[in-house]
Design a protein. Structure first.
Length: 437
């Protein structure tokens, strides 16, 4: 559009220059005609042998004027000037034709030409002046500008319409890729379709190849994790078994403790490696409430004397985790197991969505954890109560998984009405990424 504006301005100036040049050429022609029909008469006065062919020089105030001036005499002028006269600058050098703008009768804007002529047989320098009203020039220029404005306006509107159509139809394949990638990210599809135009299909193929490579890397990582698990767990099991046969040996007790520590570390890092691989699966989606419901029901079977309640805010289809089901089960399973282990009577699970994040809370009415000791429970193998069975890896694994998904975990006091006398209860709150719809 800027190019059209600049182009229109240049065209307008060019056309105006052309018609001004044409006007100057006409003035030059009229000047030559005036000089050709003028001369010194027998009484040594300047006169015209015949009238000029342009009839407008005879019409009063027609805008076409000529005048012959001398310093010591009254000017000889056309009838069109009537009782007015032009006012050329006689001091100006006009030995050659000089063009300029001036004002004429009735404040007409004139384009004029001056030229000094010395007639044969006379020493007097006569100033010949021919002037034409600029109205015709201005009218032609205005008419051209009007036509130019509408022409460029229509052209600009056409270019805008063509650009919009090009964006709508030309960029439609890119919008399709954008929508398809969104479906992959939301877990609705796994690959881009293969029905793009030939110009776009190579890019879609490269994106699909990248997704294939990503899946291969993830699968290879999982295979290596599984192989490592089998490679390490079998020797550890043999060590534990052999050490267990030597019940009276202090060395066997040391081997058992260290082998158990090794197994906990192996389990921890294997779970972390598996989680790190699984969070790269960008198309995974898991509904949260069914997982909470199934695990709460399973924990209710294990801890029959305790109530596991579930509360969900919002529609079930909106509470969707952007990640793998087994990771969500690992997180919630560990939290429910810990809550069931320490709760007195009840465990309450809650889930709600806030923007692109899910907020999950699991609260129990147990003894709770002293605020000063809450950070310690996330350490690998750390157990605040050695008398209670467990490996001490549960909350550490949960924290690793939550962090890998870009979430957060915090420990707070449980609801006041849930904890008994002398107990504070515990509320574990986590945030996880929600699936995009």
């Amino acid at each position: 559009m800027l190019a059209l504006v600049i182009g229109g301005y240049v065209l307008s100036l060019t056309f105006r220059g052309i018609i001004e040049q044409n006007l100057d050429d006409r003035l030059s022609s009229m000047m030559d005609s005036l000089i050709g029909v003028s001369g010194i008469e027998f009484d040594e006065d300047l006169g015209l042998y015949r009238a000029l062919s342009e009839p407008r020089f005879e019409q009063p105030y027609s805008g076409w004027y000529w005048q012959i001036s001398a310093k010591a005499s009254e000017p000889y002028r056309s009838r069109s000037l009537w009782d007015e006269s032009l006012k050329p600058d006689l001091a100006m050098d006009a030995s050659r034709a000089v063009f300029y703008d001036t004002t004429g009768p009735e404040d007409q804007s004139l384009r004029a030409i001056d030229r000094d002529i010395t007639m044969p047989g006379s020493d007097t320098v006569f100033r010949y002046t021919v002037a034409i009203d600029r109205y015709e020039l201005e009218a032609q220029s205005a008419q051209f500008d009007k036509i130019l404005f509408w022409s460029l306006g229509i052209l600009g509107a056409g270019l805008i319409a063509a650009s919009l159509l090009q964006q709508f139809f030309g960029l439609q394949p890119l919008r399709k890729i954008h929508n398809s990638l969104g479906r992959i990210r939301r877990g609705e599809d796994s690959r881009l379709p293969r029905d793009f135009p030939s110009e776009i299909q190579p890019m879609a193929d490269e994106l699909n190849a990248l997704l294939d490579y990503n899946d291969e890397v993830i699968e290879r990582s999982r295979t290596q994790v599984g192989n490592l698990a089998h490679a390490l767990k079998t020797p550890l099991a043999i060590l534990l078994n052999e050490a267990g046969l030597q019940k009276d040996s202090s060395l066997s007790a040391l081997v058992v403790r260290q082998a158990n520590a090794m197994r906990r570390h192996v389990d921890h890092y294997l779970r972390r490696a598996r989680a790190a691989a699984s969070v790269k699966v960008i198309s995974s989606r898991t509904e949260v409430l069914p997982v909470l419901r199934d695990l709460s029901r399973a924990m209710g079977v294990i801890y029959r004397d305790k109530d596991f309640e579930l509360e969900g805010e919002g529609e079930e289809k909106e509470l969707v985790f952007r990640g793998e089901r087994q990771d969500l089960e690992e997180i919630i399973g560990n939290l429910l197991e810990n809550a069931g282990k320490w709760a007195k009577k009840s465990v309450i699970s809650r889930c709600r969505r806030d923007g692109d994040m899910l907020h999950i809370e699991i609260a129990d009415d147990g003894p709770g954890i002293d605020p000063a000791a809450r950070e310690a429970v996330f350490a690998r193998g750390e157990r605040l109560d050695e008398a209670t069975p467990g490996s001490g890896l549960g909350l550490s694994i949960v924290q690793d998984l939550v962090s890998l998904y870009g979430g957060e975990i915090s420990l707070e006091d449980g609801p006041e009405d849930a904890a008994g006398e002398g107990a504070r209860g515990l509320s574990v709150k986590i945030t996880l990424p929600a699936a995009v719809f």
